[in-house]
Design a protein around this ligand. Structure first.
Ligand code: SF4
Length: 285
């Protein structure tokens, strides 16, 4: 008999819930709505939204109407200006935690700090935050890269992509300080990691320590889902799955205790489908 456990923190995070509620309301009122880029990184959620009239515009040139929604990941000031210039109205669903990181980057850059963002430079959230740092920002995951910028800047501000792992951010800062700290250095570190992500990661790690298989349910392109996989894999065997369809009797064979968690943009319904499939395949818990 397989024992199946569901993590305490699952379903949409506050920011994704807020963005989806807004889109659903507008789609109901207007019949349809466009978003600039994918509003969240989750294929099942995007398919459901498409069904109620939410269309993803891949770029500003691809916007067909005169209203567009900015997703939970936010956008750079340049993007916002370009939309204004084209007289396209925006519905801003940027998550408040992302807005905070944008404001921190903007403030530090204005105060003359070189802004380092601990994060993936190609992620839309980080691209947006970088935009708020103007020409004074750089994103990296390896602190050693700061040496490539030339002589260490005297004033250096550091913040994090909201979905990063707190312990890794601490480690990054330790290494960075070792490289840049010198005479008269002014280094400011602002922890911009999202509270929801912290709770979700803590709950997942705690569970990973007690089970012999962790299933992380989420999109393979979702940054926070991949962080959960990374954390759980350090404690136990971990599999990333997008839907219940990926579960086969062979893939869970031999595991007695299975833990299930999910990314911040994974609907609770998808998690419940996974739990139902596990019970069907592995026997009731
Ligand atoms: S994971 Fe955190 S920062 Fe990202 S949308 Fe959700 S609440 Fe906001």
């Amino acid at each position: 008999m397989v024992e199946i456990e569901k993590a305490a923190e699952i379903g949409f995070c506050f920011g994704v819930r807020r963005a989806i509620d807004t889109l659903e309301r507008i789609a109901r009122e207007r019949g349809s709505v466009e978003t600039l880029g994918a509003v969240v990184h989750n294929r099942q959620v995007l398919q459901r939204l498409a069904g109620i009239g939410v269309r993803v515009a891949d770029s500003i040139d691809d916007i067909r109407g005169n209203v567009v929604a900015i997703g939970a990941h936010g956008a750079s000031p340049r993007t916002m200006e370009e939309l204004r210039a084209r007289q396209i109205r925006t519905v801003n669903t940027t998550c408040p935690f992302v807005l905070r990181a944008q404001k921190v980057a903007h403030r530090l850059a204005r105060q003359g700090f070189v802004v380092v963002i601990y994060g993936d430079a190609n992620h839309p959230e980080v691209e947006g935050i970088l935009g708020w740092a103007g020409n004074n920002g750089v994103a990296m995951l390896d602190a050693a890269r700061v040496a490539a910028l030339g002589p260490p800047p005297r004033r250096l501000g550091v913040l994090a992509q909201t979905t990063q792992i707190p312990a890794h951010f601490t480690e990054f800062n330790r290494e960075l300080i070792g490289i840049v700290l010198g005479k008269d250095s002014d280094v400011r570190i602002v922890d911009t990691i999202c509270h929801d992500i912290r709770r979700r990661q803590t709950a997942a790690m705690e569970m990973a320590g007690r089970v012999d298989l962790m299933l992380v349910v989420g999109d393979r392109t979702s940054a926070n889902t991949n962080r959960l996989v990374e954390l759980c894999a350090a404690a136990t065997t971990t599999q990333l799955i997008e839907t219940a369809d990926e579960i086969q009797a062979e893939s869970i064979q031999g595991y007695r205790r299975i833990g299930v968690t999910g990314g911040a943009s994974t609907a609770e319904q998808t998690i419940n489908e996974v739990l139902a499939k596990l019970e069907a395949v592995g026997g009731p818990s």
